[in-house]
Write a protein of this length. Structure first.
Ligand code: ATP
Ligand code: MG
Length: 456
């Protein structure tokens, strides 16, 4: 049985988690389980290193009421992710599958590789299938799954994209559940955004309704870092790194031009984390526009007047805009374009819109302006993960395997307070994390850019 020493408990306490003897004051967030875990773990590290390498199920990851949640939110105590003493599944009788869905994001291949290696090398799972092209690969129209091998996944952590392919679009939940049952799969790892996790939840519920046991575990993907109950999602650091390079290019172009303007559109549909953090990293940005903070083009402190003054005084300007910013400036507002096949809201192209409006404005007032527009979204999305993201992908991938083998389901793996944590799928898709316009990130951006707090 698992022995927990006093010193180990004290150590974990220093890391911000709670030892068993202290009664939690917040709400315990329990993870759904397929049934009791009665199979002693065969995890290679514990076999060699001992029980101390396993997670004490009593240890919780605690989220303070004020972070990253709005102050009205109650305190939550999440289960720790990591290897468990008792498993639900006998790994040697397990057949696992991995699927990647939605848009590309740096680190997808790293996750696939780490899930595969943890399953096969550290638990001895004999078969891991790769589902091709997202949920399409779980339907009759899609390509058949491939059996993953070390030769196949060995070098992929250095590659962008996903070797399994991805897709969007609605699929029939009953058909996908039936495919998993027919293939004899006992655990499904779903790497993808909120759409993917909604789909995973639907599949997990359908299977449970049939009385079948398949663990469905999500590894959340959002390059925008807009997931609730997480410090940081994989791909975000890489996005900042590349965005930073692009902003520097825009700055160089702007400085070389006669009254040059460098305009950069970055990802960020509902949250401006990439635009804000790239601005702070780069320090060359004069105006940053994010979805959380509305702005106007006209007016004394509107974007056009601010740019005009900047060009008059300094001769060049750099503007960074997140793709979801300024949607209310379009005819019909944010709702006008409806939804795509996966149910994602369609966005007006704020980058091209600003390019035209800024160019037209300077033409109209008879002052020169030389605008260069950069949209690096696809370059960023398909880049291989940089090292901090690679390390995060590895930890998330392995935590997902621990959770599935312990019999947890409808759960995603995250990092909270820098600790591995488990969050019910339903909670992660409930709403998105956004920048607080009165919080430290946005005030830092205002300080670094010098832009007016309200552009109007
Ligand atoms: P991204 O951030 O790139 O949009 P995503 O995972 O949200 O990532 P989507 O294309 O939106 O990508 O969704 C992935 C898959 O999940 C699609 O096949 C989509 O049809 C499916 N899906 C989305 N919402 C649901 C839902 N409510 N129920 C079942 N399946 C869903
Ligand atoms: Mg989506």
């Amino acid at each position: 049985p698992l022995k927990t020493t006093a010193s180990r408990r004290a150590g974990l306490n220093l890391l911000g988690t709670l030892p068993k003897m202290i009664e939690p004051t917040g709400r315990l967030v329990e993870i759904e389980r397929l049934g009791p875990a009665t199979f002693p773990t065969n995890w290679r590290v514990a076999r060699r290193a001992g029980d101390w390498s396993l997670v004490d199920p009593a240890v919780r990851v605690r989220v303070r009421a004020d972070w990253p949640l709005p102050p009205d939110h109650e305190e939550l105590w999440f289960e720790r992710a990591g290897p468990r003493r008792w498993l639900r599944f006998d790994p040697t009788q397990t057949k696992a599958a991995i699927v990647t869905c939605g848009g590309l994001c740096p680190g997808l291949n790293n996750v696939i590789r780490s899930v595969y290696l943890e399953l096969t090398r550290n638990y001895g799972v004999p078969t891991v299938l790769g589902i091709r092209h997202g949920y399409l690969g779980l339907t009759a129209e899609g390509p058949p799954p491939e059996v993953l091998t070390m030769e196949r996944v060995g070098p992929i952590h250095r590659m962008g994209g996903t070797i399994l392919g991805s897709s969007r679009g609605q699929r029939d939940t009953a058909e996908m559940a039936a495919t998993l049952e027919r293939l004899g799969i006992t655990m499904l790892f779903c790497v993808g955004g909120d759409g993917t996790q909604r789909g995973a939840l639907a599949i997990g519920r359908e299977i449970r309704a049939h009385g079948k046991e398949i663990a469905v575990v999500g590894i959340p993907k959002t390059i925008d870092n807009d997931l609730m109950y997480t410090d940081r999602t994989f791909g975000f650091d890489t996005a900042i790194q590349i965005a930073h390079q692009v902003i520097q290019v825009a700055h160089t172009e702007a400085k070389a031009g006669v009254r040059g303007i460098g305009l950069v559109k970055l990802m960020g549909r509902d949250s401006g984390f990439i635009a804000a953090m790239a601005t702070l990293a780069c320090q060359e940005v004069n105006v940053t526009l994010i979805p959380e903070v509305p702005f106007r083009l006209e007016g004394e402190e509107g974007l056009l007047a601010v740019l005009e003054r900047r060009l008059d005084q300094r001769g060049h300007a750099v503007v960074v805009v997140a793709e979801g910013a300024g949607q209310d400036l379009f005819e019909g507002g944010p709702e006008a374009l409806g939804f795509d096949a996966s149910g994602n809201r369609r966005y007006h192209d704020i980058g091209l819109f600003l390019k035209e409006r800024i160019t037209d404005h300077f033409k109209a007032i008879g002052k020169p302006a030389d605008l260069k527009y950069l949209d690096p979204s696809y370059i960023i999305r398909s880049t291989p993960a940089i090292c901090t993201d690679s390390a995060l992908c590895d930890q998330l991938g392995r935590d997902a395997v621990h959770a599935a083998l312990a019999g947890m389901t409808n759960v995603v793996v995250t990092r909270l307070n820098n600790l591995p944590a488990l969050v019910p799928m339903e909670m992660t898709v409930s709403r998105k994390r956004v920048i607080d316009p009165q919080g430290p990130i946005w005030t830092s951006v205002l300080a670094a850019t010098g832009q007016p707090p309200l552009l109007r």
